[in-house]
Design a protein around this ligand. Sequence first.
Ligand SMILES: Nc1ncnc2c1ncn2[C@@H]1O[C@H](COP(=O)(O)OP(=O)(O)OP(=O)(O)O)[C@@H](O)[C@H]1O
Ligand SMILES: [Mg+2]
Length: 299
Amino acid sequence: MADPAAGVAEVRDALERVGYLAGESTALVSFIAERLGKPVLVEGPAGVGKTELAKALSRATGRRLIRLQCYEGLDEAKALYEWNYRKQLLRIQTEGEDAGWRDVHDDIFGEEFLLTRPLLQAIASEEPVVLLIDEIDKTDQEFEAMLLEVLSDFQISIPELGVVEAKSRPLVLLTSNNSRELTEALKRRCLYLWLDYPDVERELEIVRLHAPELNEQVARKLVEVIHMVRNLDLKKPPSIAESIDWARALLLLGAEEIDETVLKRTMSIIVKHRTDLDVVAERVGVKLQDGLIGRQQAG
Ligand SMILES: Nc1ncnc2c1ncn2[C@@H]1O[C@H](COP(=O)(O)OP(=O)(O)OP(=O)(O)O)[C@@H](O)[C@H]1O
Ligand SMILES: [Mg+2]
């Protein structure tokens, strides 16, 4: 058997080549998921790269990405399949008077009359795909229960048609912001990956990847300020997405330094609550003014 450590490193490198900087556990879990054909549940705060991981895996493996965006009230008709009633009705009308019910039934419950939705598309696909079930915590428990058949047996039962089995196993990623606790039954079927805010060095790499023209010193200071802001117990701490946006905005404005004035002008890019803005202006602004960030680790 090939060296597993080399396999993990290979996954990390492949992700890096498509613009995703994976940490140790991300690379490891992705590697195991692909080898064992197990779904991965990715949890963590907003904007830490959960959705992007699925997209990156799709790019890295050359598999098509099929995405199911979850929301409250999402049902089987939008996630699995739906019968195309209008087409069925048309067929019934054209069958003529003397066709028996059996014939009609056999006719109108064929694949031709099926509208496939993301889960069925992923299962029925001839080519292996990456299936992203994004923000699963937005759905209700009944929906989760429905998912179990897909996640453990990689098949979907359609009463009128039979069981559709996966021709090739999809690589499945489920993401959650933890807005509600998911069921044990679901968790048992998945590998688990907790994504957190990265450390300064990794976040600096990510920012530089997304905004390569930004001056190295400015980028480092930006990440240090972001980390300091995250420690402030805000309503909504800034995520990697905000770091990237801030870097791009600073580039656009031609900022060559992050001082108190620049922070005040641009901080609404990283904090998005009225009260958080006040806290940041007060606590971080002062440190910038005194030159306390950049020379030492912000605390
Ligand atoms: N490890 C990483 N390497 C490269 N880019 C990253 C990484 N992590 C996050 N990003 C970037 O950060 C941004 C936010 O990522 P993403 O949308 O995947 O977050 P999320 O965890 O799905 O957030 P939400 O919970 O709000 O949906 C994206 O632009 C993504 O490219
Ligand atoms: Mg997301």
